[in-house]
Design a protein around this ligand. Structure first.
Ligand code: F6P
Length: 551
Protein backbone atom coordinates (compact mmCIF):
# COMPACT_ATOMS: atom_id res chain seq x y z
CA UNK A 1 0.00 0.00 0.00
CA UNK A 2 1.39 3.42 -0.87
CA UNK A 3 1.43 5.96 1.92
CA UNK A 4 -0.73 9.02 1.38
CA UNK A 5 1.11 12.29 1.31
CA UNK A 6 0.34 14.28 4.43
CA UNK A 7 -1.02 17.35 2.69
CA UNK A 8 -0.06 19.59 5.61
CA UNK A 9 3.62 18.88 4.96
CA UNK A 10 3.54 20.12 1.37
CA UNK A 11 5.03 23.40 0.25
CA UNK A 12 1.76 24.26 -1.48
CA UNK A 13 -0.17 23.81 1.79
CA UNK A 14 2.15 26.26 3.53
CA UNK A 15 1.75 28.64 0.61
CA UNK A 16 -2.03 28.38 0.73
CA UNK A 17 -2.05 28.93 4.49
CA UNK A 18 -0.10 32.12 3.98
CA UNK A 19 -2.28 33.26 1.09
CA UNK A 20 -5.38 32.57 3.17
CA UNK A 21 -4.08 34.65 6.05
CA UNK A 22 -3.30 37.61 3.85
CA UNK A 23 -6.33 37.16 1.57
CA UNK A 24 -8.60 40.18 1.55
CA UNK A 25 -11.55 39.01 -0.47
CA UNK A 26 -12.68 41.80 -2.77
CA UNK A 27 -14.70 40.45 -5.65
CA UNK A 28 -15.85 43.98 -6.54
CA UNK A 29 -12.30 45.21 -6.77
CA UNK A 30 -10.99 42.06 -8.44
CA UNK A 31 -13.59 42.29 -11.21
CA UNK A 32 -13.07 46.05 -11.60
CA UNK A 33 -9.31 45.68 -11.88
CA UNK A 34 -9.34 42.72 -14.20
CA UNK A 35 -11.74 42.85 -17.14
CA UNK A 36 -10.62 39.37 -18.18
CA UNK A 37 -11.45 37.73 -14.85
CA UNK A 38 -14.80 36.22 -15.89
CA UNK A 39 -13.55 35.00 -19.26
CA UNK A 40 -10.32 33.60 -17.83
CA UNK A 41 -12.02 31.55 -15.16
CA UNK A 42 -14.97 30.34 -17.17
CA UNK A 43 -14.27 26.89 -18.58
CA UNK A 44 -16.34 24.66 -20.83
CA UNK A 45 -16.47 20.90 -20.30
CA UNK A 46 -18.59 19.13 -22.90
CA UNK A 47 -21.93 20.97 -22.57
CA UNK A 48 -21.20 22.39 -19.14
CA UNK A 49 -20.32 26.07 -19.00
CA UNK A 50 -18.62 26.57 -15.64
CA UNK A 51 -17.91 30.05 -14.28
CA UNK A 52 -15.43 29.90 -11.40
CA UNK A 53 -14.76 33.63 -11.41
CA UNK A 54 -17.03 34.47 -8.47
CA UNK A 55 -14.91 32.30 -6.20
CA UNK A 56 -12.36 33.68 -3.74
CA UNK A 57 -9.75 32.91 -6.31
CA UNK A 58 -6.63 34.86 -7.17
CA UNK A 59 -3.92 33.86 -9.62
CA UNK A 60 -1.68 32.98 -6.66
CA UNK A 61 -4.35 30.83 -5.00
CA UNK A 62 -5.03 29.00 -8.25
CA UNK A 63 -1.33 28.37 -8.78
CA UNK A 64 -0.94 27.05 -5.24
CA UNK A 65 -4.01 24.81 -5.58
CA UNK A 66 -2.65 23.27 -8.75
CA UNK A 67 0.71 22.79 -7.03
CA UNK A 68 -1.10 21.15 -4.13
CA UNK A 69 -2.83 18.74 -6.51
CA UNK A 70 0.55 17.84 -8.00
CA UNK A 71 2.25 17.45 -4.60
CA UNK A 72 -0.38 15.03 -3.30
CA UNK A 73 -0.14 13.02 -6.53
CA UNK A 74 -3.66 13.74 -7.79
CA UNK A 75 -2.81 12.91 -11.40
CA UNK A 76 -1.09 9.64 -10.48
CA UNK A 77 -3.95 8.53 -8.27
CA UNK A 78 -6.48 9.47 -10.95
CA UNK A 79 -4.54 7.36 -13.45
CA UNK A 80 -4.35 4.50 -10.94
CA UNK A 81 -8.13 4.62 -10.52
CA UNK A 82 -8.76 4.71 -14.25
CA UNK A 83 -6.51 1.72 -14.96
CA UNK A 84 -8.07 -0.41 -12.23
CA UNK A 85 -5.50 -0.37 -9.42
CA UNK A 86 -6.96 -1.43 -6.09
CA UNK A 87 -7.15 2.08 -4.69
CA UNK A 88 -10.06 1.16 -2.40
CA UNK A 89 -7.51 -0.25 -0.01
CA UNK A 90 -9.68 -0.93 3.03
CA UNK A 91 -11.87 -3.20 0.91
CA UNK A 92 -9.03 -4.27 -1.40
CA UNK A 93 -10.98 -3.36 -4.52
CA UNK A 94 -10.47 -1.55 -7.77
CA UNK A 95 -12.56 1.58 -8.32
CA UNK A 96 -13.85 1.40 -11.84
CA UNK A 97 -17.15 3.22 -12.15
CA UNK A 98 -15.52 5.02 -15.09
CA UNK A 99 -15.39 1.65 -16.90
CA UNK A 100 -19.21 1.60 -16.81
CA UNK A 101 -19.28 4.33 -19.42
CA UNK A 102 -16.32 3.39 -21.62
CA UNK A 103 -17.34 3.07 -25.26
CA UNK A 104 -18.23 -0.31 -26.69
CA UNK A 105 -15.16 -1.82 -28.32
CA UNK A 106 -12.77 -0.20 -25.83
CA UNK A 107 -10.85 -2.59 -23.67
CA UNK A 108 -9.58 -2.46 -20.10
CA UNK A 109 -8.11 -5.65 -18.74
CA UNK A 110 -8.10 -5.92 -14.96
CA UNK A 111 -7.16 -9.19 -13.22
CA UNK A 112 -7.32 -10.93 -16.59
CA UNK A 113 -10.86 -9.75 -17.36
CA UNK A 114 -11.84 -7.19 -19.98
CA UNK A 115 -14.13 -5.15 -17.77
CA UNK A 116 -15.43 -2.98 -20.64
CA UNK A 117 -16.57 -6.10 -22.50
CA UNK A 118 -18.28 -7.31 -19.30
CA UNK A 119 -20.01 -3.96 -18.91
CA UNK A 120 -21.37 -3.99 -22.45
CA UNK A 121 -22.55 -7.60 -22.21
CA UNK A 122 -24.58 -6.68 -19.12
CA UNK A 123 -25.81 -3.45 -20.66
CA UNK A 124 -27.12 -5.42 -23.62
CA UNK A 125 -29.17 -7.55 -21.20
CA UNK A 126 -30.53 -4.46 -19.43
CA UNK A 127 -31.43 -2.81 -22.74
CA UNK A 128 -33.15 -5.96 -24.05
CA UNK A 129 -35.20 -6.19 -20.86
CA UNK A 130 -36.04 -2.48 -20.95
CA UNK A 131 -37.18 -2.80 -24.54
CA UNK A 132 -39.47 -5.72 -23.69
CA UNK A 133 -41.14 -3.75 -20.92
CA UNK A 134 -41.44 -0.59 -23.02
CA UNK A 135 -42.89 -2.42 -26.03
CA UNK A 136 -45.41 -4.36 -23.96
CA UNK A 137 -43.81 -7.69 -24.87
CA UNK A 138 -43.09 -8.24 -21.17
CA UNK A 139 -46.44 -8.63 -19.46
CA UNK A 140 -47.57 -9.39 -15.96
CA UNK A 141 -48.94 -12.80 -15.06
CA UNK A 142 -52.45 -11.89 -16.26
CA UNK A 143 -51.16 -10.73 -19.64
CA UNK A 144 -51.43 -7.00 -18.98
CA UNK A 145 -48.63 -4.69 -20.03
CA UNK A 146 -46.48 -3.09 -17.34
CA UNK A 147 -47.44 0.46 -16.37
CA UNK A 148 -45.49 0.94 -13.13
CA UNK A 149 -41.95 -0.05 -12.26
CA UNK A 150 -41.22 -0.07 -8.52
CA UNK A 151 -37.52 0.12 -7.67
CA UNK A 152 -36.79 -1.20 -4.18
CA UNK A 153 -33.32 -0.23 -2.95
CA UNK A 154 -31.63 2.17 -0.57
CA UNK A 155 -28.57 4.46 -0.61
CA UNK A 156 -26.83 4.14 -3.95
CA UNK A 157 -29.40 1.58 -5.07
CA UNK A 158 -32.11 4.22 -4.71
CA UNK A 159 -30.76 7.77 -4.74
CA UNK A 160 -29.16 7.59 -8.19
CA UNK A 161 -32.13 5.96 -9.92
CA UNK A 162 -34.73 8.22 -8.27
CA UNK A 163 -32.69 11.39 -8.81
CA UNK A 164 -32.10 10.57 -12.48
CA UNK A 165 -35.71 9.49 -13.06
CA UNK A 166 -36.96 12.76 -11.60
CA UNK A 167 -34.38 14.74 -13.57
CA UNK A 168 -35.31 13.11 -16.87
CA UNK A 169 -39.10 13.06 -16.53
CA UNK A 170 -39.62 14.63 -19.97
CA UNK A 171 -37.82 11.62 -21.48
CA UNK A 172 -39.97 8.99 -19.75
CA UNK A 173 -42.13 6.91 -22.09
CA UNK A 174 -45.82 7.80 -21.96
CA UNK A 175 -47.82 5.25 -20.03
CA UNK A 176 -44.87 4.23 -17.85
CA UNK A 177 -44.17 5.41 -14.32
CA UNK A 178 -41.41 4.55 -11.86
CA UNK A 179 -41.81 4.60 -8.11
CA UNK A 180 -39.14 4.11 -5.49
CA UNK A 181 -39.27 2.42 -2.11
CA UNK A 182 -36.26 2.78 0.17
CA UNK A 183 -37.10 3.43 3.81
CA UNK A 184 -37.75 0.65 6.32
CA UNK A 185 -40.52 2.87 7.66
CA UNK A 186 -43.55 0.79 6.61
CA UNK A 187 -45.18 4.02 5.50
CA UNK A 188 -42.90 4.04 2.46
CA UNK A 189 -44.07 0.70 1.12
CA UNK A 190 -47.64 1.22 2.37
CA UNK A 191 -48.05 4.56 0.60
CA UNK A 192 -46.22 3.52 -2.56
CA UNK A 193 -48.28 0.43 -3.33
CA UNK A 194 -51.61 1.72 -1.96
CA UNK A 195 -53.05 2.72 -5.35
CA UNK A 196 -51.09 0.30 -7.54
CA UNK A 197 -52.52 -2.47 -9.63
CA UNK A 198 -50.32 -5.56 -9.09
CA UNK A 199 -51.27 -6.86 -12.54
CA UNK A 200 -49.46 -3.92 -14.20
CA UNK A 201 -46.63 -3.57 -11.67
CA UNK A 202 -43.06 -4.77 -12.12
CA UNK A 203 -40.68 -4.72 -9.16
CA UNK A 204 -36.92 -4.26 -9.44
CA UNK A 205 -35.11 -5.28 -6.26
CA UNK A 206 -31.83 -3.35 -6.43
CA UNK A 207 -29.11 -4.15 -3.94
CA UNK A 208 -25.39 -4.45 -4.54
CA UNK A 209 -24.98 -6.88 -1.64
CA UNK A 210 -28.51 -8.29 -1.60
CA UNK A 211 -28.12 -8.32 2.16
CA UNK A 212 -29.51 -4.91 3.09
CA UNK A 213 -32.21 -5.15 5.74
CA UNK A 214 -34.36 -2.34 4.40
CA UNK A 215 -34.37 -3.59 0.82
CA UNK A 216 -35.01 -7.24 1.60
CA UNK A 217 -37.75 -6.36 4.10
CA UNK A 218 -39.46 -4.05 1.60
CA UNK A 219 -39.07 -6.61 -1.18
CA UNK A 220 -40.79 -9.25 0.98
CA UNK A 221 -43.56 -6.78 1.89
CA UNK A 222 -44.21 -5.97 -1.75
CA UNK A 223 -44.05 -9.63 -2.74
CA UNK A 224 -46.67 -10.42 -0.10
CA UNK A 225 -48.87 -7.51 -1.22
CA UNK A 226 -48.59 -8.56 -4.84
CA UNK A 227 -49.31 -12.26 -4.26
CA UNK A 228 -52.15 -11.58 -1.79
CA UNK A 229 -53.85 -8.99 -3.98
CA UNK A 230 -53.68 -11.22 -7.02
CA UNK A 231 -54.96 -14.18 -4.99
CA UNK A 232 -57.96 -12.09 -3.91
CA UNK A 233 -58.66 -11.64 -7.63
CA UNK A 234 -58.44 -15.38 -8.15
CA UNK A 235 -54.99 -15.22 -9.78
CA UNK A 236 -52.57 -17.83 -8.52
CA UNK A 237 -49.66 -18.94 -10.62
CA UNK A 238 -46.17 -20.18 -10.02
CA UNK A 239 -45.05 -17.66 -12.63
CA UNK A 240 -46.18 -14.66 -10.62
CA UNK A 241 -42.85 -13.82 -8.99
CA UNK A 242 -40.96 -14.43 -12.23
CA UNK A 243 -43.31 -12.12 -14.18
CA UNK A 244 -43.33 -9.36 -11.58
CA UNK A 245 -39.89 -9.38 -9.91
CA UNK A 246 -36.43 -8.84 -11.31
CA UNK A 247 -33.25 -8.08 -9.41
CA UNK A 248 -30.02 -6.13 -9.76
CA UNK A 249 -27.07 -7.21 -7.65
CA UNK A 250 -23.45 -8.28 -7.50
CA UNK A 251 -24.59 -11.29 -5.42
CA UNK A 252 -26.63 -13.29 -7.89
CA UNK A 253 -26.62 -16.40 -5.61
CA UNK A 254 -28.59 -14.45 -2.98
CA UNK A 255 -31.05 -13.31 -5.65
CA UNK A 256 -31.94 -16.95 -6.28
CA UNK A 257 -32.38 -17.57 -2.54
CA UNK A 258 -34.94 -14.76 -2.52
CA UNK A 259 -36.95 -16.59 -5.17
CA UNK A 260 -36.08 -14.44 -8.15
CA UNK A 261 -35.05 -16.38 -11.24
CA UNK A 262 -31.34 -15.59 -11.91
CA UNK A 263 -32.36 -15.28 -15.58
CA UNK A 264 -34.27 -12.19 -14.46
CA UNK A 265 -31.30 -10.67 -12.68
CA UNK A 266 -28.78 -8.11 -13.86
CA UNK A 267 -25.31 -8.04 -12.41
CA UNK A 268 -22.54 -5.62 -11.74
CA UNK A 269 -19.21 -5.85 -9.95
CA UNK A 270 -17.59 -5.18 -6.61
CA UNK A 271 -15.46 -2.50 -8.26
CA UNK A 272 -18.55 -0.28 -8.55
CA UNK A 273 -19.33 1.51 -5.30
CA UNK A 274 -23.04 1.79 -4.45
CA UNK A 275 -22.98 5.59 -4.66
CA UNK A 276 -21.19 5.38 -8.02
CA UNK A 277 -23.60 2.84 -9.52
CA UNK A 278 -26.47 4.71 -11.18
CA UNK A 279 -24.85 4.07 -14.57
CA UNK A 280 -24.60 0.32 -13.96
CA UNK A 281 -27.51 -2.15 -13.98
CA UNK A 282 -28.63 -0.32 -10.81
CA UNK A 283 -30.07 2.16 -13.31
CA UNK A 284 -32.37 -0.51 -14.83
CA UNK A 285 -35.55 1.33 -13.74
CA UNK A 286 -34.20 4.42 -15.50
CA UNK A 287 -33.30 2.40 -18.61
CA UNK A 288 -36.89 1.15 -18.72
CA UNK A 289 -38.21 4.68 -18.27
CA UNK A 290 -36.03 6.49 -20.84
CA UNK A 291 -35.05 3.59 -23.08
CA UNK A 292 -31.82 2.42 -24.59
CA UNK A 293 -31.17 5.61 -26.51
CA UNK A 294 -31.63 7.83 -23.46
CA UNK A 295 -29.50 5.61 -21.24
CA UNK A 296 -26.72 5.43 -23.85
CA UNK A 297 -26.82 9.22 -24.07
CA UNK A 298 -26.49 9.45 -20.28
CA UNK A 299 -23.41 7.21 -20.42
CA UNK A 300 -21.92 9.31 -23.23
CA UNK A 301 -22.32 12.37 -21.00
CA UNK A 302 -20.43 10.70 -18.17
CA UNK A 303 -17.74 9.64 -20.64
CA UNK A 304 -17.22 13.18 -21.95
CA UNK A 305 -16.40 14.46 -18.46
CA UNK A 306 -14.30 11.38 -17.64
CA UNK A 307 -12.20 12.11 -20.70
CA UNK A 308 -11.79 15.73 -19.66
CA UNK A 309 -10.79 14.70 -16.12
CA UNK A 310 -8.37 12.07 -17.42
CA UNK A 311 -6.65 14.18 -20.02
CA UNK A 312 -6.73 17.85 -19.06
CA UNK A 313 -3.87 19.57 -17.22
CA UNK A 314 -4.89 20.54 -13.70
CA UNK A 315 -4.81 24.25 -14.61
CA UNK A 316 -7.82 23.72 -16.90
CA UNK A 317 -9.30 20.61 -15.33
CA UNK A 318 -12.72 21.63 -14.05
CA UNK A 319 -13.49 18.79 -11.59
CA UNK A 320 -9.94 18.96 -10.25
CA UNK A 321 -10.08 22.74 -9.82
CA UNK A 322 -13.50 22.58 -8.15
CA UNK A 323 -12.32 19.85 -5.79
CA UNK A 324 -9.11 21.73 -4.95
CA UNK A 325 -11.07 24.93 -4.35
CA UNK A 326 -13.43 23.07 -2.02
CA UNK A 327 -10.39 21.91 -0.02
CA UNK A 328 -9.13 25.50 0.13
CA UNK A 329 -12.47 26.64 1.54
CA UNK A 330 -12.63 23.80 4.07
CA UNK A 331 -9.01 23.74 5.18
CA UNK A 332 -7.95 27.37 4.94
CA UNK A 333 -11.07 29.51 5.04
CA UNK A 334 -13.12 27.55 7.58
CA UNK A 335 -16.06 26.42 5.42
CA UNK A 336 -17.98 23.57 6.97
CA UNK A 337 -20.65 23.11 4.37
CA UNK A 338 -21.27 23.50 0.67
CA UNK A 339 -24.61 24.34 -0.91
CA UNK A 340 -25.73 22.94 -4.25
CA UNK A 341 -28.59 24.98 -5.65
CA UNK A 342 -30.16 23.75 -8.87
CA UNK A 343 -32.37 26.29 -10.62
CA UNK A 344 -34.23 23.37 -12.16
CA UNK A 345 -37.17 21.70 -10.49
CA UNK A 346 -36.32 18.42 -12.22
CA UNK A 347 -33.08 18.33 -10.18
CA UNK A 348 -34.92 18.45 -6.87
CA UNK A 349 -33.31 15.18 -5.69
CA UNK A 350 -29.82 16.14 -6.90
CA UNK A 351 -28.66 17.59 -3.55
CA UNK A 352 -29.81 14.42 -1.75
CA UNK A 353 -27.98 12.30 -4.30
CA UNK A 354 -24.84 14.40 -3.81
CA UNK A 355 -25.08 14.02 -0.05
CA UNK A 356 -24.41 10.31 -0.33
CA UNK A 357 -21.82 10.74 -3.07
CA UNK A 358 -19.79 13.32 -1.21
CA UNK A 359 -20.40 12.61 2.46
CA UNK A 360 -20.27 8.80 2.37
CA UNK A 361 -17.11 9.17 0.31
CA UNK A 362 -15.22 11.84 2.23
CA UNK A 363 -16.71 11.81 5.73
CA UNK A 364 -13.64 10.05 7.17
CA UNK A 365 -11.18 10.71 9.96
CA UNK A 366 -8.41 8.35 8.97
CA UNK A 367 -6.39 8.14 5.80
CA UNK A 368 -6.12 5.12 3.55
CA UNK A 369 -3.12 3.80 5.50
CA UNK A 370 -5.03 4.05 8.80
CA UNK A 371 -3.24 7.14 10.09
CA UNK A 372 -5.40 9.97 11.42
CA UNK A 373 -6.05 12.85 9.05
CA UNK A 374 -4.26 16.06 9.93
CA UNK A 375 -6.92 18.31 8.40
CA UNK A 376 -10.64 18.82 8.29
CA UNK A 377 -12.34 16.58 5.72
CA UNK A 378 -15.81 16.05 4.23
CA UNK A 379 -17.86 19.22 4.39
CA UNK A 380 -21.65 18.94 4.65
CA UNK A 381 -23.35 19.13 1.26
CA UNK A 382 -26.90 20.37 1.17
CA UNK A 383 -29.33 22.26 -0.99
CA UNK A 384 -32.75 22.73 -2.48
CA UNK A 385 -33.90 23.97 -5.84
CA UNK A 386 -33.94 27.69 -6.41
CA UNK A 387 -36.03 29.75 -6.06
CA UNK A 388 -37.54 27.85 -3.12
CA UNK A 389 -34.30 28.10 -1.17
CA UNK A 390 -34.26 31.88 -1.65
CA UNK A 391 -37.37 32.14 0.51
CA UNK A 392 -36.00 29.80 3.14
CA UNK A 393 -32.29 29.59 3.94
CA UNK A 394 -30.53 32.02 1.57
CA UNK A 395 -30.69 34.65 4.33
CA UNK A 396 -27.94 32.75 6.11
CA UNK A 397 -25.82 32.42 2.98
CA UNK A 398 -26.12 36.17 2.28
CA UNK A 399 -25.73 37.64 5.74
CA UNK A 400 -24.85 34.85 8.17
CA UNK A 401 -21.48 34.46 9.87
CA UNK A 402 -20.48 31.29 8.07
CA UNK A 403 -18.70 30.90 4.78
CA UNK A 404 -20.85 28.69 2.57
CA UNK A 405 -19.48 28.15 -0.91
CA UNK A 406 -22.35 27.39 -3.27
CA UNK A 407 -22.77 25.83 -6.69
CA UNK A 408 -25.59 27.28 -8.78
CA UNK A 409 -26.86 25.10 -11.63
CA UNK A 410 -29.18 26.26 -14.42
CA UNK A 411 -30.20 25.44 -17.99
CA UNK A 412 -30.81 27.72 -20.95
CA UNK A 413 -33.88 25.79 -22.10
CA UNK A 414 -36.88 24.46 -20.24
CA UNK A 415 -39.23 21.58 -20.96
CA UNK A 416 -42.07 23.90 -19.94
CA UNK A 417 -41.84 27.18 -21.86
CA UNK A 418 -44.74 28.85 -20.03
CA UNK A 419 -45.58 32.52 -20.16
CA UNK A 420 -47.23 34.74 -17.59
CA UNK A 421 -48.61 37.51 -19.77
CA UNK A 422 -45.55 39.07 -21.38
CA UNK A 423 -43.11 37.30 -19.10
CA UNK A 424 -41.29 34.13 -20.05
CA UNK A 425 -41.39 32.30 -16.71
CA UNK A 426 -38.16 30.40 -17.36
CA UNK A 427 -36.47 33.78 -17.79
CA UNK A 428 -37.86 34.86 -14.42
CA UNK A 429 -36.16 31.79 -12.95
CA UNK A 430 -32.88 32.56 -14.72
CA UNK A 431 -32.99 36.21 -13.65
CA UNK A 432 -33.09 34.96 -10.07
CA UNK A 433 -30.16 32.60 -10.72
CA UNK A 434 -28.05 35.44 -12.16
CA UNK A 435 -29.16 37.87 -9.44
CA UNK A 436 -28.32 35.61 -6.54
CA UNK A 437 -24.76 34.89 -7.60
CA UNK A 438 -24.18 38.60 -8.25
CA UNK A 439 -25.67 39.58 -4.88
CA UNK A 440 -23.56 37.00 -3.08
CA UNK A 441 -20.39 38.14 -4.84
CA UNK A 442 -20.80 41.90 -4.79
CA UNK A 443 -23.10 42.59 -1.86
CA UNK A 444 -24.37 46.04 -0.99
CA UNK A 445 -22.34 48.61 0.89
CA UNK A 446 -23.41 50.91 3.70
CA UNK A 447 -23.20 53.84 1.31
CA UNK A 448 -25.48 52.13 -1.18
CA UNK A 449 -27.97 51.31 1.53
CA UNK A 450 -27.92 54.92 2.82
CA UNK A 451 -28.25 56.28 -0.70
CA UNK A 452 -31.64 54.58 -0.85
CA UNK A 453 -32.79 56.80 2.02
CA UNK A 454 -32.80 53.95 4.52
CA UNK A 455 -33.48 54.81 8.14
CA UNK A 456 -30.03 54.94 9.84
CA UNK A 457 -31.12 52.49 12.54
CA UNK A 458 -31.59 49.66 10.04
CA UNK A 459 -28.63 50.40 7.78
CA UNK A 460 -26.43 47.66 9.34
CA UNK A 461 -29.18 45.07 8.94
CA UNK A 462 -29.49 45.92 5.26
CA UNK A 463 -25.81 45.74 4.35
CA UNK A 464 -24.58 42.73 2.36
CA UNK A 465 -20.87 42.11 2.76
CA UNK A 466 -20.57 40.20 -0.52
CA UNK A 467 -17.49 38.05 -1.22
CA UNK A 468 -19.60 34.93 -0.74
CA UNK A 469 -18.16 32.46 -3.23
CA UNK A 470 -20.21 30.73 -5.90
CA UNK A 471 -19.62 28.62 -8.97
CA UNK A 472 -22.18 28.93 -11.77
CA UNK A 473 -22.75 25.83 -13.86
CA UNK A 474 -24.92 26.23 -16.95
CA UNK A 475 -25.85 23.90 -19.79
CA UNK A 476 -28.14 24.24 -22.80
CA UNK A 477 -30.78 21.83 -21.42
CA UNK A 478 -31.20 19.06 -18.88
CA UNK A 479 -30.78 16.15 -21.28
CA UNK A 480 -29.64 12.61 -20.39
CA UNK A 481 -26.15 13.51 -21.59
CA UNK A 482 -25.98 16.68 -19.49
CA UNK A 483 -27.17 14.79 -16.43
CA UNK A 484 -24.37 12.26 -16.97
CA UNK A 485 -21.91 15.13 -17.28
CA UNK A 486 -23.10 16.69 -14.03
CA UNK A 487 -22.88 13.44 -12.10
CA UNK A 488 -19.40 12.69 -13.43
CA UNK A 489 -18.33 16.24 -12.57
CA UNK A 490 -19.26 15.75 -8.92
CA UNK A 491 -17.80 12.22 -8.81
CA UNK A 492 -14.43 13.63 -9.83
CA UNK A 493 -14.70 16.64 -7.52
CA UNK A 494 -15.28 14.15 -4.69
CA UNK A 495 -12.34 12.04 -5.82
CA UNK A 496 -10.06 15.08 -5.94
CA UNK A 497 -10.94 16.09 -2.38
CA UNK A 498 -10.38 12.54 -1.15
CA UNK A 499 -6.91 12.47 -2.70
CA UNK A 500 -5.95 15.81 -1.11
CA UNK A 501 -7.01 14.49 2.27
CA UNK A 502 -5.39 11.09 1.69
CA UNK A 503 -8.58 9.20 2.44
CA UNK A 504 -10.20 6.16 0.87
CA UNK A 505 -13.28 7.73 -0.74
CA UNK A 506 -14.69 4.34 -1.69
CA UNK A 507 -15.36 2.54 1.59
CA UNK A 508 -18.14 3.35 4.09
CA UNK A 509 -17.28 1.64 7.37
CA UNK A 510 -19.04 4.43 9.24
CA UNK A 511 -22.45 2.98 8.44
CA UNK A 512 -21.72 -0.41 10.01
CA UNK A 513 -21.93 0.23 13.76
CA UNK A 514 -25.48 1.58 13.67
CA UNK A 515 -26.60 -1.34 11.47
CA UNK A 516 -25.16 -3.85 13.96
CA UNK A 517 -26.69 -2.10 16.99
CA UNK A 518 -30.10 -2.01 15.32
CA UNK A 519 -29.86 -5.77 14.86
CA UNK A 520 -28.91 -6.23 18.51
CA UNK A 521 -31.72 -3.97 19.72
CA UNK A 522 -34.49 -5.43 17.58
CA UNK A 523 -35.33 -8.16 20.17
CA UNK A 524 -35.33 -5.56 22.97
CA UNK A 525 -37.80 -3.41 21.05
CA UNK A 526 -39.98 -6.47 20.50
CA UNK A 527 -40.03 -7.30 24.23
CA UNK A 528 -36.99 -9.45 25.05
CA UNK A 529 -36.05 -8.45 28.64
CA UNK A 530 -32.47 -9.81 28.49
CA UNK A 531 -31.73 -7.83 25.34
CA UNK A 532 -33.24 -4.77 26.98
CA UNK A 533 -31.13 -5.20 30.12
CA UNK A 534 -27.98 -5.21 27.96
CA UNK A 535 -28.75 -1.74 26.61
CA UNK A 536 -27.38 1.49 28.14
CA UNK A 537 -29.65 3.41 30.52
CA UNK A 538 -30.71 6.07 28.03
CA UNK A 539 -31.53 3.61 25.26
CA UNK A 540 -33.28 1.33 27.77
CA UNK A 541 -35.39 4.26 28.97
CA UNK A 542 -36.39 5.18 25.43
CA UNK A 543 -37.34 1.60 24.57
CA UNK A 544 -39.34 1.25 27.78
CA UNK A 545 -41.14 4.50 27.03
CA UNK A 546 -41.93 3.23 23.54
CA UNK A 547 -43.17 -0.09 24.91
CA UNK A 548 -45.49 1.76 27.25
CA UNK A 549 -47.00 3.76 24.39
CA UNK A 550 -47.20 1.29 21.55
CA UNK A 551 -50.62 0.58 20.24
O1 F6P B 1 -25.20 1.29 4.31
C1 F6P B 1 -24.61 2.03 3.31
C2 F6P B 1 -24.69 1.31 2.00
O2 F6P B 1 -23.81 0.25 2.01
C3 F6P B 1 -24.41 2.23 0.83
O3 F6P B 1 -23.08 2.43 0.60
C4 F6P B 1 -25.14 1.53 -0.26
O4 F6P B 1 -25.33 2.36 -1.37
C5 F6P B 1 -26.41 1.16 0.45
O5 F6P B 1 -25.99 0.81 1.75
C6 F6P B 1 -27.20 0.05 -0.16
O6 F6P B 1 -26.46 -1.13 -0.26
P1 F6P B 1 -26.92 -2.31 -1.18
O7 F6P B 1 -26.99 -1.80 -2.58
O8 F6P B 1 -25.91 -3.38 -1.01
O9 F6P B 1 -28.29 -2.76 -0.73
Amino acid sequence: MDTPVDVTTTAAWAGLAELATSLQPDLRGWFADDPERAARWTLDVADLHVDLSKNLLTAEVLEALVALGREVGLEQRRDAMLRGDRINVTEDRAVLHTALRRAEGDSLVVDGQDVVAQVHAELAKVYAFAEKVRSGEWTGVTGKRIETVVNIGIGGSDLGPVMAYEALKPYVQDGLECRFISNIDPTDTGETVADLDPETTLVIVASKTFGTLETLTNARLVRTWLLDTLRERGVESEDTVARHFVAVSTALDKVADFGIDPDNAFGFWDWVGGRYSVDSAIGTSLAVAIGREGFAELLAGFRAVDEHFAGTPLEQNVPALMGLLNCFYVNHLGAESHAVLPYAQYLHRFPAYLQQLTMESNGKGVRWDGSPVATGTGEVFWGEPGTNGQHAFYQLIHQGTRLIPADFIAFAQTAHPLRDGDADVHELLLANFFAQTAALAFGKTEEEVRAEGTDEAVVPARVFTGNRPTTSIMAPALTPSVLGQLIALYEHITFTQGVVWGIDSFDQWGVELGKKLAQDLTPAVAGDEDALAAADASTRGLIEWYRGKRA
